[in-house]
Structures are given as structure tokens and as C-alpha cells.
Design a binder for this molecule. Structure first.
Ligand SMILES: [Zn+2]
Length: 300
């Protein structure tokens, strides 16, 4: 499993390899990014209890993609061998009772900018440099998609409230981070994620981000049924603390929207500790912290 700057190309190779080795894994494309990259969906299981895990809404947080890809590999391998994972989770039983949908890279255009740099044939070439404060180096700054929208502020959950905060936090338009766009779901990536979510009946969702070793839950004190109980269980499984977001971070994210729209719990999982992009050296520990949570969230 390659984790050194995990690119969209790595993701595609990895998906091909997994599909060859474990042909029972279902791979689909839920939609396309602004620049036309595939927004892949991997489906594990055949059970009634549907859950959805996604990663890399934010470009600098690409380390979250291989977390989910390694989970897919380990889960499929466990399904083949019948051996338990983590502390007594049986993948065959989970396969029967649940269906886990995984979108491992929500923002492939942003990840490409961060890892591969700005390509001359990028249709937003000049704008991107302007939006990035005049710099052609996106490797430590860029969280947004290819037109400077922060995808995790582009959902319809307190979006208008957040828009009013933009000026206060120094956001005036497209940029590396925290610009919410012109309307909720204005971006093809968020529209795809929201449509995919509306087409299913998810018990809960996990949105993977970095960093902080924190699980954020709840939206405007809605307290969806079981939200706190499940959050506490996920906290115990991972060792991450359970918190509610405050300030601008409390609005227009995917987990906020899921909670508001369906009155069911959505969680933002902030993996690792340090400055994004997190060093690859943290991958092993991050995966170890998250494996049980990923298993538990599918059955709780
Ligand atoms: Zn994030």
C-alpha cells in the first residue's frame, strides 16, 4: 500500500489491483470532479444496514484516502479468510448484515494540485495562481477544489450563516481554504456526494479529515437519535475525543448536512496530529487507531 503522497493515479491503480484480487468488491463511479476525474465508489457487503465513509474532501488531507483503501483491502481479505479483524469483528458477518459504501477521494483535483503541482493545461491555471496568493506552490496551502471552493463548506446546512462569517474570517472569494462557493452544492463534487447520499438510506456517515485526533458530531444541537451514544462508542474504539464543532467550522460541512437532512448522525473524523499534509510516517498509527472504528460504525 503506497502512502507517500497518495495521488489519484495511485487510487486508480489500487482500485484495479483490489478488484483483480477480490473480484467480489463492487466498484462504481458516482460522478465526476470539476476537471472530469472519476469519483469512485467501492461497495462492500450485501446487508440491509447501509453506511457511507468518505475521505479527502480537503486536498491537503490526502492521507485519509489510503486509510479507507487499506480498510477495503483488510476487510476483503478478512471476508476471504473468515478471520476476525481488530477486537473480534467478523468481516463475513458484517458483510451479511451491512453494506459499506466508500468514496475514498472526494476531491481528486485538489489532491492532484497538492501532490503533483499545477499543470500547464489546467483550465484554471492563471486563476489558481491568483487564488493561491500568487504562488505556484500548492503543496502546503491548498484544501479546496480546482476553482477554489472549500468542499466541506459547500453543503446546505447553515450555509447562509457561514457565508455571513466569511468576511469576518478574511474570505473574499475563491482561495485555498474556507470559501463556501456561490450556493450550496454548487460544485460537482459536493453535488455528487449529496446525490449519492440522497439515493441511499444511510444509518450513519463518517467523513474523514485531518488532523487533531477528534471526532466531531452534531449540528445546531439537533441531537439525532443515538448520535451521542454512537459517537462515544466510536471515541472509545479510536481513542479520539468526541466534540462538537464551534465557530465557522460548525456550518456547511458534509456531516452537518447529513445530520440536518436525515436526523441521523454524521461524524467528521480528524485523523493524526500535526500540520497538514501529515507526514506519511503517521500512517501506521492512524490506521491502527481507525480500524476498529470503521468496523464498529458498520454495525452499531
Ligand atoms: Zn478537512
Amino acid at each position: 500500500m503506497q502512502t507517500q503522497g497518495y495521488t489519484y493515479e495511485n487510487l486508480e491503480q489500487n482500485i484495479r489491483w483490489l478488484k483483480e484480487k477480490y473480484p467480489f468488491i463492487e466498484v462504481g463511479i458516482a460522478g465526476y470532479s470539476l476537471l472530469g476525474r472519476n469519483l469512485y465508489i467501492i461497495k462492500l457487503g450485501t446487508g440491509q444496514n447501509e453506511v457511507f465513509y468518505n475521505a479527502a474532501h480537503h486536498a491537503l488531507e490526502w492521507i485519509t484516502t489510503p486509510v479507507l483503501m487499506k480498510f477495503i483491502e483488510d476487510f476483503a481479505e478478512g471476508y476471504v479468510t473468515g478471520k476476525n479483524l481488530s477486537r473480534g469483528y467478523n468481516p463475513r458477518e458484517i458483510w451479511e448484515s451491512s453494506t459499506i459504501y466508500i468514496m475514498p477521494m472526494v476531491n481528486p483535483d485538489g489532491v492532484d494540485l497538492v501532490i503533483n503541482g499545477l499543470s500547464e493545461d489546467n483550465p484554471y491555471y492563471n486563476d489558481l495562481i491568483k487564488w493561491n496568493g500568487g504562488s505556484t506552490d500548492f503543496s502546503t496551502t491548498w484544501q479546496a477544489n480546482a476553482r477554489g471552493v472549500d468542499l466541506n463548506h459547500n453543503y446546505n446546512a447553515g450555509w447562509e450563516i457561514y457565508k455571513e462569517m466569511e468576511a469576518e474570517i478574511g474570505i473574499t472569494g475563491p482561495g485555498p481554504t474556507r470559501y463556501a462557493g456561490t450556493a450550496p452544492e454548487s460544485e460537482p463534487e459536493t453535488k455528487t456526494v449529496a446525490d449519492f447520499t440522497r439515493q441511499h438510506n444511510f444509518r450513519l456517515v463518517l467523513a474523514y479529515h485531518a488532523q487533531g485526533e477528534v471526532i466531531y458530531w452534531n449540528f445546531m444541537n439537533l441531537n439525532p437519535p443515538d448520535g451521542e451514544y454512537i459517537g462515544r462508542a466510536l471515541s472509545v474504539a479510536s481513542g479520539y475525543s468526541l466534540e462538537t464543532a464551534t465557530g465557522p467550522a460548525a456550518y456547511s460541512g458534509y456531516d452537518d448536512w447529513f445530520t440536518k437532512e436525515f436526523n441521523r448522525p454524521g461524524y467528521t473524523i480528524e485523523v493524526g496530529k500535526g500540520k497538514n499534509p501529515l507526514p506519511v510516517s503517521q500512517f501506521g498509527e492512524i490506521y491502527e487507531d481507525n480500524l476498529e472504528m470503521l468496523l464498529l460504525a458498520a454495525i452499531i
